[in-house]
Design a protein around this ligand. Structure first.
Ligand code: CAA
Length: 285
């Protein structure tokens, strides 16, 4: 059974990107947000991203229009009942994810596959609330989803071979490169990335250098496209904080402990680009 209709839960940075690439690859997409306002903002983000794709010559205007017509927004979870695959990209909070999956389990037919875009939470734990844990896996995309090539395909303890094969075929249809990994906090990329990002905040807190010089040192010294503080603003300081907290809870290792400055920025709503201010200030969109 190949997937035809794809549900996406959450139309934030990641959910909107997943909905966009799935629609651009020919899938019918139903994307759900909790309020009309969040849904409108998410769909606007898709429109802006596809417009950029057209400007950059990556997407023909006709294909953009066809892809956009394949995306249906909703605030009703029940509208995902007909989906063959549901990708979840909501907040990194295990209790909220489990509550969502319990509800989806009751709504969707037994064959539906569930893929969490979690960056760090346990796939096996989420699957444990389902009546079909073998149909559950992690598909972790990278931001910006239309541009970034890899998808981490995460196998929980109960994920079946059939589910992995279907998910791999789906990710490859989206033009992604699949890297497979086991259900381990942070998977591959965040296991390496999160301590680095936290260390960059610690360096700033300690007064080792200015934010600009920390970022310049890394972009020029390591040839990274973005320095760590710019990348934190890009990914979301809140999102990275939740990932770090989840990893700290698992490992009890100071490498994953969020520095005080980070916690204060989260509390103050300085979440990076999406709130207009993080380490840097961004023009309102
Ligand atoms: N659709 C298709 N292609 C698009 C596009 C769209 N909507 N928008 C941009 N592109 C293409 C452009 O055409 C361009 O392609 P070419 O190189 O072939 O010309 C390419 O994408 C780069 O786009 P831009 O020129 O607009 O932008 P840039 O050169 O300034 O790069 C960036 C922007 C890709 C974001 C780059 O700064 C970058 O790679 N930053 C690091 C991103 C990163 O590390 N992401 C991972 C974060 S970690 C994560 O997501 C996981 C987690 O769990 C925290």
């Amino acid at each position: 059974m190949a997937f035809r209709e794809v549900g996406v839960v959450g139309c934030g940075l990641m959910g909107s990107g997943i909905a966009e690439v799935a629609a651009r690859s020919g899938f019918s997409v139903v994307v759900r947000e909790v309020t009309d306002d969040l849904l409108r903002r998410g769909l606007d983000r898709i429109d802006r991203s596809m417009a950029r794709g057209v400007e950059r010559g990556k997407l023909a205007a006709g294909d953009r229009d066809a892809a956009r017509a394949r995306i249906r927004g909703t605030t009703r979870l029940a509208d995902l009942a007909g989906c063959d695959l549901v990708c979840e990209a909501i907040i990194e909070n295990m209790e909220q994810k489990k509550a969502l999956y319990r509800e989806l389990d009751g709504l969707c037919p037994p064959d539906t596959v569930f893929a969490s875009n979690t960056s760090s939470l346990s796939i096996t734990e989420m699957a444990s609330v389902m009546r079909r844990p073998e149909r559950f896996l992690g598909l972790h995309f990278f931001n910006p989803v239309p541009v970034m090539k890899p998808v981490e395909m995460v196998r929980g303890l109960t994920t079946s071979e059939d589910t992995l094969a279907l998910a791999r075929a789906f990710a490859e249809q989206l033009g992604k490169t699949v890297v497979a990994c086991k259900d381990y906090p942070g998977f591959i990329v965040n296991l390496l990335l999160v301590p680095y990002l936290l260390d960059a905040i610690r360096a700033l807190e300690l007064g080792v250098a200015t934010k600009e010089d920390i970022d310049t040192a890394v972009t020029l010294g390591l040839n990274h496209p973005m320095g760590p503080l710019t990348l934190l603003d890009f990914v979301g300081i809140d999102t990275t904080y939740y990932i770090a907290e989840a990893m700290f809870a698992e490992f009890k290792d100071a490498r994953y402990a969020a520095p005080p400055l980070m916690r204060k920025m989260v509390l103050a709503g300085l979440h990076g680009r999406k709130t207009g201010r993080g380490f840097y200030v961004y023009p309102a969109r």
